[in-house]
Design a protein around this ligand. Structure first.
Ligand code: PMP
Length: 355
């Protein structure tokens, strides 16, 4: 830390992204990326847009915002497109929280929520998940501030139904409720259809997972027009050109290729169910994940041990060194070949293991 760092950031502990090692070629099942390349249309449009890089992009991001709004059965005024969904989440913390309006989220969830709160000097409350990692929705009724719930949750993959989400929204008339749907496309129900009914609901989604665009950084928030306007105030006060030309064009391309996205999501869901079945045969236990990752533990093997052994053999998964999580591994669902290689490596480790 330099002597110049502002006091307000002195105690900030930043988010730790999953490893992106450059030393060797791993089977990468640690950051929930898509195993499929981006849509060819997305690649083509992005390449064409690169030829106009000397010009600023459209700060309104109008064409893409309209296209996303159409996909969500909403209007332009209901959508704000951002640099990954991390950006819309940060905008929500900035716009809707302060000392009197803290943030409220599960104790086990996306690790960025407490960081966004700390970054913006916002107090927060973490509500413990139940013993089986599910969310007791009643604990979020009439919350003290903005509620943030990932649905499906991370790293468990467990999803709430749309009626459970609606109960939370209905029972928080004085708070914004953020439903982070980063992983919704792999089998869970989206809350987008509730937006016309509730002025306090913000749904966030990303192009990073189901649309194979993690490297382009594209996400969005959908909500009542007034909430979007508030977050636009934050956007235009930080980075009006938050979406670059190439990403904007790629976003339009992939939305013209919905068939490709649907097919890939289906393949991931099938590979997930296949992997779960095979892991059960190896004695693993797991949560009921509806995401593009699974959350698994073996009664006889420590999570950290398995993580290290897998890494040594060229397979990267995610291990969280935290209470209640350390026995587990979070494993991204890749292609069938990747999952077979993972299963074979894991079976070798536990077959010959004496830990
Ligand atoms: N929400 C959750 C629950 C996530 O796991 C992630 C991915 N790390 C994000 C949001 C943000 O993803 P992105 O910024 O790539 O859209």
């Amino acid at each position: 830390m330099s002597k110049f760092l502002s006091k307000k950031y002195a105690k900030l502990s930043p988010y730790t992204p999953g490893e992106q090692p450059q030393d060797m070629k791993y089977i990468k099942l640690n950051t929930n990326e898509s195993p499929f390349p981006p849509s060819e249309k997305a690649q083509k449009y992005a390449a064409e847009a690169a030829a106009k890089m000397q010009l600023y992009p459209d700060p309104e991001c109008r064409a893409l915002t309209e296209k996303i709004a159409e996909m969500c059965n909403l209007s332009f005024e209901n959508v704000l497109v951002t640099n990954g969904s991390d950006e819309i989440l940060n905008f929500a913390f900035m716009a809707f929280c302060d000392d009197e309006h803290p943030a409220v989220f599960p104790d086990i969830s996306y690790g960025f929520y407490p960081v966004f709160a700390s970054l913006n000097s916002i107090p927060y409350t973490e509500i413990p998940l139940c013993e089986d990692f599910t969310i007791d929705i009643t604990k979020y009724f009439n919350a003290p501030g903005m509620v943030v719930i990932a649905n499906p949750n991370a790293p468990t993959g467990i999803a709430l139904s749309i009626s459970q989400v609606e109960e939370i929204v209905k029972n928080n008339p004085e708070n914004v409720v953020v439903i982070d749907e980063a992983y919704v496309d792999f089998g869970a129900e989206s809350a987008l259809s509730l937006i016309p009914k509730y002025e306090n609901l913000l749904v966030t989604q990303t192009f990073s997972k189901s649309r194979s665009m993690a490297g382009a950084r594209l996400g969005f928030g959908a909500a009542n027009a007034a909430l979007i306007q508030d977050m636009n105030t934050v956007k235009y006060s930080t980075n009006p050109y938050n979406i670059n030309r190439m990403t904007m064009a790629a976003g339009l391309g992939v939305l013209e290729d919905e068939e490709y996205t649907r097919k890939n999501c289906l393949t991931v869901s099938k590979n997930r169910e296949y992997t779960k079945c095979e892991l059960e045969k190896l004695g693993f236990e797991m949560t009921k994940s509806l995401a593009n990752f699974i959350f698994i533990r073996h009664p006889d093997f420590d999570g950290k041990y398995l993580y290290e052994q897998l890494k040594a053999r060229g397979v990267l998964v995610r291990h969280f060194n935290k209470p209640r999580l350390s026995e587990y591994l979070r494993v991204t669902i890749g292609s069938r070949d990747e999952m077979d290689a993972f299963l074979k490596t894991l079976s070798d480790i536990i077959g010959g293991g004496n830990k």
